[in-house]
Ligand binder design. Sequence first.
Ligand code: NAD
Length: 417
Amino acid sequence: MSEAVNPFESLQEQVDDAAAYLDVDPGQLARLKHPERVLETNLAVEMDDGRIEVFRGYRSQFNGVRGPYKGGIRYHPDVNRDEVKALSGWMAFKCAVVDVPYGGGKGGIAIDPDDCSASELERITRSFATELRPFVGRDRDIPAPDVNTGQREMNWFKDTYETLENTTEPGVVTGKAIESGGSAGRVEATGRSVMLAAREACRYLDRDLSGATVAVQGFGNVGRIGARLLAEQGATVVAVSDSSGAVYDPAGLDTEAVAATKAETGNVVDHDGVEVRTNEDLLTLDVDLLVPAALENAIDGGLARDVSAEVVVEGANGPLTPDADDVFADRGVVVVPDILANAGGVTVSYFEWVQNRQRFSWSEERVNDELETMVVDGFDALTDAYESHDLPSYRVAAYVVAMRRILRAAEQSGTWP
Ligand code: NAD
């Protein structure tokens, strides 16, 4: 893992790489390389023992020309301003590549949630929601879950906002529990788009997903569900990992049994009857498909030289450093970029928001069908751009598609004042 790479600089490099294939005005390009605004806040929260502790939180609103800002809230000790800015930019391009009518946003609190009780996390979340209240709203900025946040935090966020605004507005956040206005299929959505992107890539490359071996780094919402759905497509998931390490079985893992172990002990390495490996081993295993689904900068240029997989599907946001991208391009390794592969989360968040506005619920089947259509359409737009402009990678192609859509909307909006 490369700690030194600043994800915001990676984002800007990705935008520049794609801009080389577009006729972009320099001023408009600058707009695509910086967020419109970033809020930094210090939350003073009473802990269970009566102490006051201060937590730093951020919200970055990247680009609003295609619709309200949209993106998750992350709780992690490494959260910082540049990480949040990068993640908000990736959200803007992600929404554009699958044609979801949102701009990008992202938030986070620098916190280790394992060090906090549930009631402390509730107070921290309500404090953050109170700070963000003037900036969010179903037509302004719509948070969602990300690393270490989920339905519980979104329910608290919604309740805080609705109480302060004296209204009911479930569409102020997405990723809620079903009973609080959530959507069928939302929990599985990102893992589902990882599977769909892998399936489409295999189809395009004339490879057989059902005969493929797969390694998945990260066994949370994205990795666990992605692994299960890939196995359901007939792929053999030989290794998965979490922050405790990796487990490997060349004959294929029962991913649901590993998930049950993790639910019980918190660690995949406690699973019986499998080889325990390091996380680095997992990334370099002799597999057909590698799915990094943990955090950014998981694979740098050095590690990329040792990766055996010929197809990498990015479940996480920004798991490859720009150096790793260059190495993979030189070696002919196909990278299905994050802004398409993990777009399922924001796509079903969009469906949740539409249902909240309609005060109507869709069936899970309808959600999954509409999601499939949008991911497949996004993949087709990407491959059209890739072929028609002879682009160097799928990532550049995805950014070309996304940037064109944002630039067109910006041009149509004009300049004001
Ligand atoms: P999560 O908190 O549910 O899971 C993260 C997993 O990564 C955990 O299993 C953790 O143990 C593991 N992990 C952390 N460090 C690791 C390391 N060094 N090696 C191996 N595993 C490690 O988070 P998530 O929601 O699954 O998100 C994962 C990634 O996907 C993040 O980059 C996130 O921004 C991105 N993403 C998530 C969603 C979503 O809907 N949840 C949508 C789009 C993108």
